[in-house]
Design a protein around this ligand. Structure first.
Ligand code: IPM
Ligand code: MG
Length: 360
């Protein structure tokens, strides 16, 4: 039976990079006989403009009915001054939460061809292969109470809440352990247990779950130290499991180790491996519409979609190999080019991946 994929291009460079990932998905229909039907809808600012809401009910219903969702990126300065409850980002947070996508997998993998594009010395990052497992539907992003008010003294006051239940921690910890088990057997849990109550519970629960995974070597690190270790000696990490906000921050940092955030895909999964797939980078409004954005993170997100939600690891491997080949051939978008290297545009890069897939 045909698998349904809902495609949400979003805002900024979203439509441009999604167009290339769609080309690649259409190509694996032919090369690998992957039976997929693609549908398209809006999310974020585009949805606000069309439906008056960053996530329309009908879009959410289509996402629920789909086997997987492929997302570009959301946000842009034109929506900065609208009601905060209707901002593009709220649409993204709502779809994550409503679909129960609690497990966000953000691999930071260095393509050897790009070792010198990293801001760190090639020897520090050569062979880098980290997986950040970020809790995505809890913590300070969703905690209540939250708000802002003007107090009796006339001063403004705002607050957020960082809650975690033991069940929320246990289920993301299990994802971390399962991932470590099929990778290099090391899990580092990142928290701020020297200060935060939620982190103290986090650490305790991770240690309890660890007893089910005696084959995985577990360690704990405070988030400030983890940020430092990521730039000092990043290869010490295999899988990092952490909360929503720490994972947001550390995954941007880890991405730069690989040369460009334009290379990093992500998967957000529910308990049944239904998922939404999106590049780790944002909507880059400054370069939108110019055809220069790097589509590889989105193409690699489509590969993750095939692997995790459609059970087609074969097609995913082929896409990842095709990306390796175009990099071997020296194709570079502006974000991963060294001074003097020839630069290709978004569509040229997507076309090259499709060609590499077809000759494989
Ligand atoms: C991310 C983004 C989002 C987040 C924003 C756009 C709400 O930074 O996916 O990392 O903070 O989760
Ligand atoms: Mg982020």
């Amino acid at each position: 039976m045909s698998k349904k994929i809902l495609v949400l291009p979003g805002d900024g460079i979203g439509p441009e990079i999604i167009a290339e990932a769609v080309k690649v998905l259409e190509a694996v229909r032919d090369t690998h006989g992957v039976d997929i039907t693609l549908e398209q809808d809006d999310l974020g600012g585009a949805a606000y403009d069309r439906y008056g809401s960053p996530l329309a009910d009908e879009t959410l219903a289509r996402a629920r009915a789909a086997d997987a969702v492929l997302l570009g990126a959301v946000g842009g300065p034109q929506w900065d001054s609208i009601d905060p409850a209707l901002r593009p980002e709220r649409g993204l947070l709502k779809i994550r939460s409503q679909l129960g996508l609690f497990a966000n997998l953000r691999p930071a993998l260095l393509y050897p061809q790009l070792a010198s594009a990293s801001s760190l010395k090639p020897e520090v990052v050569a062979g880098l292969d980290i997986l950040i497992v970020r809790e995505l539907t809890g913590g300070i992003y969703f905690g209540s109470p939250r708000g802002n008010e003007v107090r009796a003294d006339g001063k403004r006051f705002a607050y957020d809440t960082l809650p975690y239940s033991e069940d929320e921690i246990a289920r993301i910890a299990r994802v971390g352990f399962e991932m470590a088990r099929v990778r290099n057997g090391k899990l580092c849990s990142v928290d701020k247990a020297n200060v935060l109550a939620s982190s103290q519970l986090w650490r305790a629960v991770v240690n309890e779950i660890a007893t089910d995974y005696p084959d995985v070597e577990v360690s704990h690190m405070y988030v400030d130290n983890a940020a430092m270790q990521l730039v000092r000696a990043p290869k010490q990490f295999d899988v990092i499991v952490t909360d929503n906000m720490f994972g947001d921050i550390l995954s941007d940092q880890a991405s730069m180790l690989t040369g460009s955030i334009g290379m990093l895909p992500s998967a957000s999964l529910d308990a049944n491996n239904k998922g939404m797939y999106e590049p780790c980078h944002g909507s880059a409004p400054d370069i939108a519409g110019r055809g220069i954005a790097n589509p590889l993170a989105t193409i690699l997100s489509a590969a993750m979609l095939l692997r995790y939600s459609l059970g087609r690891g074969d097609a995913a491997d082929a896409i990842e190999a095709a990306v390796g080949k175009v990099l071997d051939a020296g194709l570079r978008t502006a974000d991963i080019a060294l001074p003097g290297e020839k630069v290709v545009g978004t569509a040229e890069m997507g076309d090259a991946v499709v060609r590499a897939l077809k000759v494989a």
